[in-house]
Design a protein around this ligand. Structure first.
Ligand code: ASP
Length: 437
């Protein structure tokens, strides 16, 4: 039995959290490969080491020095080692990191050093081998992740390494230049390792009991989801349920490895199990979870007889393509089309877009409505329960929320609605109450 155990920032925040994490690893022989994040926040006003590192890079660019911020990082790591009572002398590692920050002046190099130092410390605390992610997680020179080369490098290295600690979040190209995944990317590293070593389980240790059926900042005390499928997770994670990085699902999903989200601070809880498939007989609720995101706009296009015009939608989409804008949803009527896009993708380009689309298809009306949020209601139980959409719409109208768009995925796994951002909390609570999820 092989388990890959990834520990997030809070699980690495200080010596007491690291000791907890190390005890969890030692409690099971099978926890052979450990992936760590950089030390996160110890209390709510604290700063994550990764954010301090990004700040270093920024200061270096602006002022040519980052001495004060780096001194704080140094103090943090020296404190952790002293509190852990390690014989490891972290000072030469810190000196080398500082030298690299000044030498490379690269944001990715700088940001990745929190995971690197965390990994060195955890390896020393466990007596496991330290494997630098720069040697086994491969990126191309232009910063694209290279999955096939990573798989071979990991398999070659870990085949003769029975137990190892590998830092998350980064890798390197053939010249040794460091590249990072997007924020929260240590989850991806853990999944890549689980896939490469054909692990029986990918454990993701964090600071919550598992995946909740709604955001606890919006819904009071939402239920914990004990089991969900990769597909459900993907829908919820994409829409902002952020226990796991949404890209971390792909490597383990293709090889059917289950993910177990666990709480470092309550290891007695069994957490949330994410499995390739949930059997119909196991589905008890219509809705597994609800998630939502603000920051969207809808481009409304109206043209009479639009449905008879060949290539109408293609012409609009090629305008979006030219501007590198990908759309989230595109429900249409006979004479109308709504295209949901993120605010950030169209920011500052609204009028040129309207202009270009107008030139391309000569609509009768076209406008952009911003201030929209999307809410996904997800669950395998939907396809066997009639009236889910009716119940959802009823809940929204009962709460006085105006529905701007509704879109049901073809697999009947989710219903996405768009409502005004100011109704975000009201809408999620109304749906949650209706489905008692
Ligand atoms: N430390 C990085 C971040 O804060 C990556 C991670 O923790 O997964 O985003």
């Amino acid at each position: 039995m092989i388990k890959v155990a990834k520990f997030g920032g809070t699980s690495m925040a200080d010596a007491s959290a690291i000791t907890r994490s190390a005890n969890i690893i030692k409690a099971e022989e099978s926890r052979r490969y450990v992936v760590v994040s950089a030390p996160g926040k110890r209390f709510s006003q604290d700063t994550k080491v990764t954010d301090m590192l990004y700040a270093c890079c920024h200061e270096l660019e602006l002022d040519g020095t980052c001495e004060d911020t780096f001194a704080k990082i140094r103090e943090r790591f020296i404190g952790i080692c002293a509190d852990l009572g390690l014989s490891l002398d972290i000072t030469p590692y810190l000196d080398k990191v500082k030298e690299g920050i000044y030498k490379y002046r690269s944001t990715s190099y700088c940001a990745s050093r929190g995971e690197y130092l965390s990994g060195v410390i955890m390896a020393a605390a466990l007596g496991y081998e330290f494997v630098d992610a720069a040697d086994v997680v491969v990126f191309t020179c232009d910063g694209e992740f290279d999955a096939a080369s990573t798989r071979s490098a990991l398999q070659a290295k870990l085949a003769d390494t029975p137990r190892a600690v590998i830092p998350g979040f980064y890798g390197a190209d053939e010249h040794g230049t460091v590249h990072t995944f997007s924020r929260g990317g240590s989850d991806i590293t853990g999944a890549l390792i689980a896939e490469a070593v054909k692990a029986d389980m990918y454990e993701n240790w964090t600071d919550v009991n598992g995946f909740l059926s709604a955001d606890p900042r919006v819904v009071d005390n939402p239920k914990l989801i004990s089991k969900l499928s990769y597909k459900e997770l993907r829908e919820l994670a994409y829409m902002g349920a952020n226990v796991l990085h949404h890209e971390s699902i792909f490597p383990v999903r293709s090889s059917g490895i289950p993910i177990n989200i666990r709480n470092t601070f309550a290891p007695e809880e069994s957490g949330t199990l994410i499995v390739p498939e949930v059997k119909d007989s196991e589905v008890t609720d219509t809705v597994t979870g609800i998630a939502g995101k603000t920051g969207y706009s809808i481009i409304y296009i109206e043209k009479s007889m639009m449905n008879n015009e060949y290539g109408f939608v293609r012409k609009i989409l090629s305008v979006l393509e030219q501007y590198n804008i990908s759309f989230e949803h595109m429900p249409s009527g006979i004479d109308t089309l709504s295209i949901v896009v993120s605010d950030s993708s169209i920011a500052g380009r609204e009028s040129v877009l309207l202009d270009r689309i107008t030139k391309a298809v000569a609509p009768d009306h076209i406008k952009i409505k911003s201030g929209i949020c999307l809410i996904a209601t997800v669950g395998h139980g939907m396809k066997s329960n009639l009236g889910t959409a009716a119940k959802l719409c009823g809940a929204l109208s009962g709460a006085g929320v105006n529905l701007r768009m509704i879109d049901q995925g073809s697999s009947e796994l989710n219903i996405i609605v768009a409502v005004d951002s100011r109704d975000y909390g009201k809408a999620i609570n109304a749906i949650y109450k209706a489905f008692k999820c």
